[in-house]
Write a protein that binds this ligand. Structure first.
Ligand code: ATP
Ligand code: MG
Length: 754
């Protein structure tokens, strides 16, 4: 590839002639009339606005092939944007199949990948050398922190994570430091955020580095300021294709608009009902504005769904109809009836995992392929129960779009702490966490530790103990290391008296590890905190810490062989654009899905996005959907009781098959469910352990009942604990001295004045 700006590959030579001997009609015949129209409308702006499974991606792929087959464009004159790298690979394969030969040199990829390629060629225009590094999130944060500290920002009040979030919002909106206007200003850092943004960008340049947002932003800036370069690419890319257009952010939108300006042959496909990335700056408004920005645009609607059976499609349509902010569309399918969406209530998360995995085995027994089944979860932590069950049963699986539960960074870190508590000579673990969170123990210190340990033939932890008694280390590192050793000594001494999950929680809290993620403002931080909670909850199943760690080693050993049939496990967000014969949708509970955090932060708008996510989940299925929910989940060592998600009730009854005892459903009678739930909690389960009843946090959410107000000293009645007096209040949490049950923390909704 040439790095010369004057010779982008896209500008090389005239279009190739269509290969002889293959009639275009062959691939066009596989389309319905509306799809075919979208493929053949090659000139001018086209928006394909259509529901899930109507063949939008198929249209784009065929259009790409069509452009090549008819000689309208050479392979490098089409710019095609996909949402993930995986989608790009698949599209490339499909194009090769359609035109009957492999093609190279395609400009086909994600916005980031394409921008990086552009930027490497014109790095100098962005003040970078062509070999610039792309920073990962850790480095990015470190740099922001340095910048904030150099500017004497009070980083306790204004965290680096917070600053980074502000910067990323600007970048998502295509705003470099010079473009941030009064309307985009923020109160963050008392109005200093913009100056810090400027410093940060200057530091990045000095390091010859770009962060993820920069890839797009720099490309955009080059296009805006350098007419020659822009003109080059505007001419080169005769045709532009964009998949999942509903999830583009402003920067991406501007980037596309600039590139498309000359030929105006831009074809975007999307579905407003599948917009699920607003939390990363996506603006569904882009799709609504298309006709305005590209006057004369042709809007094509596809209404025939080729993916799902009628029951599945109707269930998904019925659910999404509860959203107000949508364009609305009709969808139909020619498929035979098929199975209704199955709905199953289960006792707890473990039972839910058992149920789903049994179903998977049963389907397998009936000849269904594992690879055609998927479990789609709302939150990463939910995967743990499924993964363990799958490993127990020996069902091969793969986690898409992320690591397996026990391989997640935060889970590994937490386990490393616990290993060192259990065994001070676990060097790898100690080294992993010695400076996580950052405590000023740098590489030089770790190196000295290593040398000493090797020289004396002792574990690193012992070497550390010796080293802090000397003056070998810088004062800061010595103090920090000493404190860490003392911490571990203390945690070990606690190990005898404290239940191991409690010990784990203590270690994570006292080490500052939990706090590190709490302070992190990146979008994945809350998920990591949930994973830590799930980890601690999982420990309950084991007799002691050693038993748990042993289990983890065994689980981790179970390496994923690369190919072969495997069950797919992923988050709903990662499932966009994919399809499977059978889709399991577990965890449909209020608070988990819709996710409480989303509701707290974004209200109705976020609720609608959660609903779109549910809709994306259902529409991934070709033939079978199994929705499930658990009445109880363990959060740390307490049990939390949940009501079925409101989305469960929003599925049209005639397309749903409810399979479990009615008491586990919402069905509009929250009070009955509460009583039944409470009765079940009291019933001896799990070997009659009474600890279930000891659950402190009895946080059942009901949709309708408003929270009352309670005064300290007031007499109240609680459905489970009976009569008592309010001792203190803290928002929705009340501390109550119950006459029979003693002092408990409860949620105000379950308390009535007595
Ligand atoms: P999503 O919104 O979920 O991304 P989509 O609109 O991109 O969906 P595709 O993935 O392109 O839909 O198509 C859904 C399924 O329907 C695929 O299996 C595809 O091969 C099939 N399909 C699409 N169009 C046709 C057609 N005309 N005839 C037969 N099958 C089709
Ligand atoms: Mg698609």
């Amino acid at each position: 590839m040439s790095d010369s700006p004057a010779a982008p590959d896209a500008a090389e030579g005239p279009p190739t002639a269509p290969p002889p001997g293959r009639a275009p009609a062959a691939y066009l015949a596989a389309l319905n009339p509306a799809q075919r129209e979208a493929v053949e409308a090659t000139e001018g702006p086209v928006l394909v606005l259509a529901g899930a499974g109507t063949g939008k991606t198929r249209v784009l792929t065929t259009r790409f092939a069509h452009l090549l087959m008819t000689g309208r464009a050479a392979p490098n004159q089409v710019l095609a944007v996909t949402f993930t790298n995986k989608a790009a690979r698949e599209m490339k394969e499909r194009i090769a199949r359609l035109i009957g030969r492999p093609v190279e040199g395609l400009w086909l990829g994600t916005f980031h990948a394409l921008s990086a390629r552009l930027l490497r060629r014109h790095a100098a225009l962005a003040g970078l050398a062509p070999n610039f590094t792309i920073l990962d999130t850790d480095d990015q944060l470190r740099l922001v922190k340095q910048v904030a500290e150099a500017a004497n920002l009070d980083t306790r009040r204004w965290t680096p994570q917070g600053l980074l979030a502000v910067i990323e919002t600007w970048k998502n909106r295509g705003l470099g430091p010079d473009e941030v206007g009064a309307a985009d200003a923020t109160d963050f850092a008392a109005g200093r955020a913009l100056a810090l943004y400027r410093d940060y960008q200057a530091r990045l340049r000095a390091l010859n580095a770009a962060d993820f947002g920069d890839l797009l932003l720099h490309a955009l800036a080059i296009f805006r300021t350098n007419a020659e370069v822009l003109g080059l690419y505007q001419r080169a890319f005769r045709y532009i294709l964009v998949d999942e257009y509903q999830d583009t952010n402003v920067a991406q939108y501007l980037w596309l608009r600039l590139l498309a300006q000359r030929h105006r042959n831009i074809c975007c496909v999307g579905d407003d009902d599948q917009s699920i990335y607003s939390w990363r700056g996506a603006e569904v408004g882009n799709i609504l504005r298309f006709e305005h920005d590209f006057p004369g645009a042709r809007v094509i609607r596809l209404e025939c769904n080729y993916r799902s059976t009628p029951h599945i499609l109707a269930a998904a349509s019925g659910l999404i109809a509860h959203n107000q902010g949508r364009l609305g569309k009709t969808l139909w399918t020619e498929d035979g009836e098929g199975e209704k969406v199955r709905l199953r209530g289960l006792w707890d998360g473990e039972e839910e995992a058992r149920f789903v995995c049994d179903e998977v085995e049963a389907l397998q027994g009936r000849g269904e392929r594992l690879g055609a089944m998927a479990v789609l979860v709302r939150a990463g932590f939910q995967m743990r129960a499924f993964e363990e069950r799958l490993l127990t049963l020996g069902i091969p699986y793969r986690v898409l779009g992320g690591p397996r539960f026990y391989e997640r960074q935060e889970v590994r870190d937490a386990i490393a702490y616990l290993r060192v508590v259990a065994n001070p000579s676990h060097d790898l673990s100690f080294e992993r966490i010695v400076n996580v969170p950052k405590r000023g123990i740098g590489e030089a210190t770790v190196k000295s530790l290593h040398e000493l340990a090797r020289a004396r033939g002792v574990p690193v932890f012992e070497a550390a103990r010796d080293l802090v008694a000397t003056d070998e280390l810088r004062a800061k590192a010595r103090v920090a290391l000493k404190a860490l050793i003392d911490d571990f000594d203390r945690w070990r001494s606690l190990a005898g008296g404290l239940a191991h999950p409690e010990l784990a929680r203590t270690v994570l809290e006292e080490s500052g590890y939990t706090a590190m993620w709490q302070a992190d403002r990146s979008p994945d931080a809350p998920g990591r905190l949930e994973n830590l909670k799930e980890l601690v909850a999982a420990m309950e199943e084991f007799e002691n810490l050693e038993g748990f760690l042993e289990h983890v080693s065994l689980v981790m050993e179970n390496d994923q062989a690369e190919d072969g049939e495997r069950l797919n496990l992923m988050t709903l967000h990662a499932a966009k654009g994919l399809e499977f014969d059978t889709v399991f949708l577990p965890g449909w509970e209020e608070g988990l899905f819709p996710h409480q955090r989303a509701l707290d932060e974004g209200g109705l708008k976020s609720l609608e996005e959660e609903r779109r996510l549910a809709h994306v989940g259902i529409t991934r299925a070709r033939r079978r959907v199994v929705v499930s929910f658990a009445a109880n989940r363990r959060v740390y060592s307490t049990w939390q009781s949940n009501l079925p998600s409101r989305f469960v009730d929003e599925l049209p009854a005639e397309h749903v098959e409810r399979e479990s005892e009615p008491g586990l459903y919402g069905a509009g009678s929250a009070a009955t469910d509460l009583e039944e739930g409470a009765a079940r909690l009291r019933a001896p389960r799990f070997g009659g352990q009474a600890r279930l009843i000891e659950a402190e946090a009895w946080t059942v959410e009901t949709h309708a009942r408003p929270a009352g107000t309670f005064a300290v000293g007031g007499r109240v009645f609680h459905q489970k604990f009976g009569y008592g007096r309010v001792v203190s209040t803290d928002g929705a949490a009340l501390e109550i001295e119950f006459e029979k049950a003693g002092r408990k923390k409860v949620i105000d909704r379950f308390v009535e004045p007595a």
